[in-house]
Design a protein around this ligand. Sequence first.
Ligand code: ADP
Ligand code: MG
Ligand code: MG
Length: 209
Amino acid sequence: MPVTRETAEQWIRAYAAAIAEHEQALTQLDMAIGDGDHGANMQRGFQAVLSRLGSVAEGDLGALFKLVGMTLLSTVGGTSGPLYGTLFLQMALKTQGKHELAPEELEAALRAGLEGIIARGKAAPGDKTMIDALKPAQEALRQALNQKSSLAEALRRAEEAARTGRDATIALVARKGRASYLGERSAGHQDPGATSAHLLMECAARTWM
Ligand code: ADP
Ligand code: MG
Ligand code: MG
């Protein structure tokens, strides 16, 4: 399936549904190493996105991603809102005026979003954050597309890489965000943001399979 405004909106709607489904699980993870609000933060943000999507049916891909990013920035308190907001605003800049994306353009947009998160949050791979799921996913996506895989296959590999990265956060000691206040005691727990980031990639793989 091509990456159009319509299918990208399906991706966002699928993610909002996944967040609603996993709200409690995300909160549980954040209770162990944070302040127990990651599920609620994401749920608030994506319910607001859903309600605004209802009123804006038209527009290019850039307009869609801008709406998502601005909504997350303005409705989600906490660290994850501005970071996911940045992801979507950077994707918006890359997709302004476009009604359809080639697979490589989707990867470039995702890469710009990831770089935006890194610029804003200053986390590196291994710091036990959403970066640990997103960066391997972007790299797997790029590598698969370089090898001439279909978008569906490339996103499948990206989802797998995000899952592996998410699982690897369990063993890590947090060096960014609230979990870093726990120091060594943060090890042994899966990072909530890496978990929501994996869900984002899972929804992408399901949307464009
Ligand atoms: P808060 O920590 O403000 O309560 P959330 O609970 O919604 O916000 O989000 C926590 C998640 O944000 C963490 O699990 C981690 O993945 C992510 N995070 C925290 N700090 C950073 C950072 N500097 N860079 C990237 N991700 C981060
Ligand atoms: Mg929190
Ligand atoms: Mg909080």
